[in-house]
Design a binder for this molecule. Structure first.
Ligand SMILES: CC(C)(COP(=O)(O)OP(=O)(O)OC[C@H]1O[C@@H](n2cnc3c(N)ncnc32)[C@H](O)[C@@H]1OP(=O)(O)O)[C@@H](O)C(=O)NCCC(=O)NCCS
Length: 288
């Protein structure tokens, strides 16, 4: 099955095998009149709507990169190659009969080390219209980025069946923030797992405009947790230090393309305190 698309031919497919183990209900979703558009350029006529929706939900809380950073990422198409690393950014917009339904953005980062490729997809933001929540659409929005990883692997001339990891940065659970708990529960139910925060501290860069960062005395990276789905390995309950390092390196490489070097330095340094290669770290439920 293929969703109707914009005229660039880059169809978003409905591949049930890509759904997370807990997203079975997404198979039942009726998608016939759903128009799903893969936005690959900031010239795309749907870009302003998609960006505005994301910004209204996340930008004002400093939970989203500035528009110029997003536009630069869209300029990467088909990929940005940095050494043995390839990056591809996409926005996916869903509409029904012209009405906004959902939007998400994500970056695939393919790294090839010692001949072995690994695709890491950073799940940046997702927004589902309230009427479409708990319908199964969110499950597809969690699965479609796997296609982005495969597209990136293909452009990088790596096997498209290389291991793929989906990763989301999430705030730590706190019952005082019900929306946060809902996000965590949604990922947990789908089958995502959290890298045990007791074993490693992860920081997201400071998303404020550079002038605000400087005026406040420097960057203030935010403590987040990492929620992962290793596609095909969802039942495993541990992750090794080297795999965590690959994931975090992919995220910081992505951020490093849009943020100033001085705002990234502390983040790269934080890798020194991460679990060493060979150290096994627990994967725990995200809401715990
Ligand atoms: C987070 C968001 C995308 C989830 O969308 P969704 O369609 O509700 O997600 P799912 O269908 O995958 O939800 C799965 C599970 O999460 C839990 N859940 C979702 N909404 C819930 C609610 N309002 N109350 C309690 N549990 C809820 C339930 O366990 C649900 O499973 P169920 O419907 O079978 O009971 C949506 O709530 C949203 O757009 N929120 C605003 C933006 C946001 O927070 N984005 C995420 C961070 S980038």
């Amino acid at each position: 099955m293929v969703c109707p698309m914009a005229d660039d031919g880059a169809a978003v497919e409905l591949i049930p095998e890509d759904l997370a183990p807990g997203d079975a209900k997404s198979r039942e979703l009726v998608t016939e009149d759903l128009e799903v558009t893969r936005i690959l350029s900031n010239e795309d006529p749907w870009f302003p709507l998609a960006f505005d929706r994301l910004w209204a939900e996340f930008g004002l809380q400093h939970e989203m990169e500035q528009r110029e950073v997003i536009e630069r990422r869209l300029d990467w198409h088909p990929v940005l190659a940095i050494g043995e690393c390839w990056l591809r950014y996409e926005i996916i917009l869903a509409r029904q009969r012209g009405e906004f339904v959902a939007v998400r953005d994500h970056t695939a980062v393919v790294a090839c080390r010692e001949g072995a490729a690994h695709g890491v997809v950073h799940l940046s933001h997702v927004l589902v219209e309230p009427a479409w929540r708990r319908t199964g659409l969110a499950g597809w929005l969690r699965a479609w980025p796997i296609q982005t990883a495969r597209a990136c692997l293909a452009v990088a001339e790596c096997p498209v069946d290389s291991p793929i990891t989906l990763v989301a940065e999430m705030e730590h659970p706190d019952p005082r923030f019900p929306n946060r708990m809902i996000r965590l529960k949604a990922y947990e139910k789908a089958g995502f797992k959290k890298v045990d925060p007791a074993a490693m501290k992860y920081f997201q860069p400071d998303f404020r405009p550079p002038a605000d960062i400087d005026a406040s005395g420097g960057p203030k990276p935010l403590p987040f947790s990492l929620i992962v789905r290793r596609v095909g390995r969802e039942a495993e309950d541990t992750i090794y230090g080297e795999e965590i390092r690959d994931i975090v390196t992919a995220l910081y490489q992505m951020y490093g393309t849009g943020f100033r070097e001085q705002d990234m330095t502390g983040l790269w340094e934080s890798l020194r305190d991460h679990p060493a290669a060979g150290v096994e770290v627990a994967l725990v439920p995200p809401s715990r």
